[in-house]
Design a protein around this ligand. Structure first.
Ligand SMILES: [Zn+2]
Length: 311
């Protein structure tokens, strides 16, 4: 090959290399300011989750570590919102789109934080799910890490409060819902509630690791807080209707599957006919909802406690 061609090829390779990383946001949506010092970043691409940034007097809290690719992006964006250091990054639960960025944040100096049930879930499901993600995602594979990094600070009990005279932030665990470690973040003065996947706004929720019978009870406790702003794990921010709608969908789903089981139907033959008010939460592939609900009803145990494969 001619020398200039070699140089040309090297240049092409150098330019092409960054393309191996996860593609940048094709339609970046600027973060939504929910209240002074509280920003909401919508998911919308690359399988990412929503992210919330909370400004304290001297530092920042990030809600949900997200995937590593998103964590890297946010580490560049967040300093444009506030020059304060990111002190805490909270994992609402153990799923990869909420926690696999942990090591990216700790490398940048933050402390990752979660309820003990998140670590229990990671110990139960990992590193299998991590390895599955490595097959599918450049951002996870590029870390060359054998497993998800566990949260550095673990909350035992059901409440942890950060308070600095300017703002109070409560980390709350109401029981097993979407996963056994589900954590909420509550700003009592601003009445803002971050829910993780205990509530999604849209047909985004997966029930494989859930306690479908208990989940509505958890959401009833969230509703009792009377939040003005609900910031879900997926889908757009809104109000208390996200909690009420997610809760009613789960109640209706469970009742519908139970009714069909009484007719002798099995997951393959169950047809769901849920009310129009539930449609915001109904996934295209209803087997994702029917199978875990059926399994839970049959075993009289939380779906997530039964042997299952995440999909
Ligand atoms: Zn999840």
């Amino acid at each position: 090959m001619h020398n200039s061609n070699v140089k040309y090829l090297a240049l092409i390779l150098a330019l092409a290399l960054p393309l191996r990383a996860q593609a940048p946001d094709p339609n970046p949506v600027p973060p939504k300011l929910i209240a002074p010092g509280v920003w909401f970043f919508l998911d919308s691409y690359n399988g990412y989750a929503n992210t919330i940034v909370i400004e304290m007097r001297d530092y920042l809290i990030v809600v949900d570590a997200n995937y590593p690719g998103r964590a890297k992006e946010l580490l560049k964006i967040i300093p444009t919102l506030s020059p304060k250091p990111i002190k805490y990054v909270f994992d609402t639960h153990a799923h990869g789109d909420h926690s696999y960025g942990n090591s990216t944040w700790t490398a940048a100096g933050a402390t990752t934080l979660a309820f003990s049930g998140v670590v229990d879930d990671m110990n139960r499901y990992e590193p299998e799910r991590w390895h599955t993600a490595e097959q599918k995602r450049d951002d996870v594979r590029d870390l060359h890490q054998p497993d998800v990094e566990r949260p550095k600070q673990v909350i035992t009990g059901s409440r942890f409060v950060l308070k600095d005279g300017e703002r109070e932030v409560d980390f709350l665990h109401f029981g097993w819902a979407h996963t056994q470690g589900d954590g909420f973040v509550w700003l009592p003065h601003e009445r803002i509630l971050c829910t993780g996947d205990a509530a999604a706004n849209g047909p985004r929720n997966k029930l494989w690791d859930a306690d479908i019978a208990n989940w509505p009870r958890v959401l009833a406790r969230a509703i009792a807080l009377k939040p003005l702003h609900v910031l879900p794990g997926h889908g757009d921010a809104g109000g208390i209707e996200i909690l009420a709608g997610q809760r009613q969908y789960l109640i209706d789903l469970r009742a519908a599957v139970a009714a069909q089981m009484k007719l002798g139907r099995t997951p393959g033959t169950i047809v769901l006919d849920l009310p129009a008010s539930d449609q915001n939460w109904v996934r295209k592939d209803s087997s994702d909802a029917i199978e875990p609900t059926y399994n839970e009803l049959k075993a009289h145990k939380p779906a997530g406690s039964l042997p299952h494969t995440w999909r």
